[in-house]
Ligand binder design. Structure first.
Ligand code: FE2
Length: 304
């Protein structure tokens, strides 16, 4: 817990040290595995992160409450390494399939992974449809913890079930109106505007997605989850600004992301799209070359 707190506060080296100390004492402490994984994720250290996960797979890979989430982290590394097939295989085997329990804490990881594919224009092979059906089976008259509702909206939008997305947002709005509790606050300040922006993105209203996300981009943390989980929202904002033709916004945000994680291949590819959209073909080609260079190193780590 200490390691994860340090990580979310940005103290990555101290977090890794605390997490490894916990693992020395208790190698199958899946929370400690997870905290160390986050320190690598946030530093863009794909080879190190993959190495630490694969090396310890017997300690976290099945039979615990955190199995699905840690596999999700491994799938994120696979995406960074450019191996979409591997990420999808992890999705099918460990994150969501016909035998999945259908609990929100696992389905939200499924939504978050597929949403990244959607942003990159990758075919999900019908997985969004199946996931949306699973979310719908759990839906009732009351909303959940708002972080879950937003991930349900992701699945509905990805499956083009826009009416279900709308209904989920309306339910959140009804529930949050006049609410004084934490969930109501998180829904009003972040969850509802984010869900509206996701729906706008899915329907091609990219300027509305930008208008909804840009003013609250420094408040995403208020509705829970981790930096790694909320990263999907930051990517959505950049992608929406590219598609809306908001060139200055796209360039500024993609540069900001790279300054935080200069080895992220996904960030370099998004930077390339932002530069190409603003007519800088040479800059875009250089950004793509950076991505390819890092990916070739990460692919070696993934193959081990
Ligand atoms: Fe995590």
């Amino acid at each position: 817990m200490h390691a994860f707190g340090l990580e979310e506060a940005g103290h990555y080296e101290a977090a890794e040290e605390a997490g490894l100390a916990a693992l020395d004492a208790n190698p199958d402490d899946v929370w400690a595995v997870h905290a160390v994984v986050h320190t690598h994720e946030m530093r863009g250290e794909v080879a190190e992160g993959l190495g630490s996960m694969l090396e310890r797979q017997d300690d976290w890979g099945d039979g615990n409450l955190f199995t699905t989430h840690n596999w999700w982290h491994l799938a994120l590394y696979a995406l960074e390494a450019g191996d979409t097939s591997r990420a999808l295989a992890v999705y099918d085997d460990h994150i969501h399939n016909d035998q999945a329990a259908g609990v929100p804490i696992e389905m939200l990881d499924a939504s978050a992974l597929l949403w990244r594919l959607l942003l990159d224009g990758t075919d999900d092979g019908g997985r969004f449809q199946s996931l949306a059906t699973s979310w719908a089976a759990k839906s009732g008259p009351e909303p959940w913890y708002v972080f879950n509702d937003v991930h349900a909206v992701m699945a509905y939008v990805g499956a083009a079930r826009f009416d279900d997305a709308r209904e989920t947002i309306d339910r959140l709005q009804r529930s949050a109106a006049g609410a004084t509790g934490t969930n109501g606050f998180m829904a009003t300040k972040v969850g509802i505007p984010v869900a509206e922006a996701l729906l706008a993105f899915g329907q091609g209203r990219y300027d509305e997605a930008v208008a909804g996300l840009a003013p609250i981009r420094r408040d995403f943390h208020r509705f829970g989850g981790s930096h790694a989980q909320r990263d999907a929202l930051k990517r959505t904002l950049i992608e929406a600004s590219i598609r809306a033709g908001d060139k200055d916004m796209a360039r500024a945000l993609s540069a900001e992301r790279l300054s935080a994680r200069p080895r992220s291949t996904c960030n370099w590819l998004q930077r390339a799209r932002a530069l190409r959209a603003s007519g800088d073909d040479a800059g875009a080609a250089a950004a793509e070359a950076h991505s390819a260079e890092h990916r070739s190193q990460f692919a070696i780590a993934l193959a081990r």
